[in-house]
Design a protein around this ligand. Structure first.
Ligand code: IMP
Length: 183
């Protein structure tokens, strides 16, 4: 089974392609950029994006919106993670965390899939904490400051860890179960 992933983020695409291959699904990247709506809700953003993507490609396609939610910052950057990374970067986030005892955070991903008729969504969440400093060279985005629950390494220090615990992996697993059950 081949399916389109509408994204301009090569890192996201590569992670998803590797994960779905193991479930018997081949991914093809549909390079797609559009002006994302502003919303606090990943699902609302993903639903808007899938409408735009499907309108253009008119084939079964999915999008994924994700964010990092930090408890002591009332969920910031959350659905504004892309904007925050561009504006203040990892250093800015670490600065906001100075003096905070509570470093709990989670990543969340929301996939929206349209097969031609309906839109269905799948979510995945990965709890963890924000490291004291950026560590590791792999991954992308916030990976070097995120340590998954029960572990010591950041996602950027251990991609193996990321591939089995991440928000993306969990949402893709739900998605692939649904796709495989319809075959
Ligand atoms: P979006 O889903 O493309 O809007 O991504 C939101 C922001 O979160 C971007 O700055 C991404 O780089 C970052 N991001 C998304 N997924 C991950 C991830 O798996 N690890 C680290 N950062 C991520």
């Amino acid at each position: 089974m081949e399916i389109l992933f509408a994204t301009s983020n090569k890192n996201k695409f590569n992670e998803a392609a590797q994960m779905l291959k193991a479930e018997g699904i081949d991914l093809k990247q549909y390079s797609f950029s559009y002006n994302e709506i502003r919303s606090d809700s990943l699902e609302e953003i993903a639903r808007d994006a899938i409408t735009a993507a499907y309108k253009r490609c008119k084939l079964p396609v999915f999008v994924e919106d994700s964010g990092l939610f930090i408890e002591s910052l009332s969920g910031f950057p959350g659905a504004y993670s892309s904007w925050a990374l561009n504006k203040i970067g990892l250093d800015g986030i670490l600065k906001l965390m100075e003096g905070k005892d509570n470093r709990s955070a989670y990543f969340e991903a929301c996939i929206a899939y349209r097969d031609g008729y309906d839109v269905v969504t799948f979510r995945g969440k990965c709890p963890g904490r924000i490291s004291e400093e950026a560590r590791g060279e792999d991954g992308f985005g916030y990976d070097s400051i995120f340590i998954p629950e029960g572990e010591h390494q950041t996602f950027a220090e251990s991609i193996e860890l990321k591939n089995k615990l991440s928000h993306r992996y969990k949402s893709l697993l739900e998605f692939s179960k649904s796709l495989n059950s319809r075959r």
